[in-house]
Design a protein around this ligand. Sequence first.
Ligand code: UD1
Length: 362
Amino acid sequence: MMKILGIVGARPNFVKMAPIAKEIERTAFADFKLVHTGQHYDDSMSKVFFDELGMPKPDIWLGVGSASHSKQTARIMSKLEDVMIDEGPDLVIIVGDVNSTLAASLVCAKMGIKLAHVEAGLRSFDTDMPEEINRIIADRLSDLLFVTEKSGMTNLEKEGIRSENAYLVGNVMVDSLLNNITKAESTGIIKSLSLDGPYALMTIHRPSNVDDPMNFAKIIDILESVSSKIPVVFPLHPRTRKRMEEYGLQLDNPNIISTPPLGYLDFLNLMNESTVVLTDSGGIQEETSVLGVPCLTLRENTERPITVELGTNEIVGLDKGKILACVRDILTGSWKKGEIPPLWDGKASERIVQTIRDKYGH
Ligand code: UD1
């Protein structure tokens, strides 16, 4: 039987790998093992996602933890090489664009192990973003590339990646969303945060936004201004919380409700019911488009242009005037309705697994 290893490390990876792991289990065509690098290790960033997504505990835990990008990537590579020697997989599946994705792609390429990248082809064309570097390398080294939106196919073609290896299959994050949205509706988070009317939801964690004190100060100013129009729920990523402590920033405003990192179902519920989402996340731009919730992306670019073309997303940078104008439009109900991008139908993992079986399954 074919032997497949799935590699995950950080929060968004868990959401993307869960439906693939389930589909491999359902079709029972391969022996599947899950490797967790330990890039994210807090229960609130990791365990809660496994529990809520119904993913089996990782078969292999590398426990690399936090470090600078190069050290973290190198530690993962070093430990993964031993795993590959022990396990001898026929195929490795990587998802997304985090350092664990990059590390696994390098190890597989150097050991001649077949590699499939899920969420291939996305490009922000901004190599100051660590994720852009990870995406470019992972795609260049992959044998099979599974793409979420048409821009990804165009990008791969321009980079000379052979078209017979790239497949437009839809979005596994949407598979997880559709599998869990009903369950998410009953989490009780809205009540427990005492939200009894419209609210905004904001998440910020990109290094360009939080590691730069000037940009972070601008974001806090934007947050204060938006909160004078509508209460803002603000779950804090560990990186963001750490920087706030370092910069001595405090949020003493009853209209800003900051929380620890939330679980998958709580966050899905909050996002689905919110009036507007302000974010610098990648995945949240996609999830809001599927839910039909207006999204303002506090970045200068997006690697997910379909969410702007077809979805509910707008790129607003850190331009306070523009953001407040957008919030005003959203509050008065004059925002684009958006439509769900092609193939974001909850069946991406089925297409991925079928393609793997057709290509490599015996
Ligand atoms: C990583 C990904 C990013 C993704 C994000 C989702 C890379 C380059 N970045 O960023 O693409 O959007 O995950 O959350 O891989 N920390 C904890 N507990 C944890 C994990 C991290 O406290 O469980 C703290 C540590 O102080 C660490 C910091 O968060 O230094 C950053 O963690 P790291 O894994 O380096 O990157 P993220 O910012 O989480």
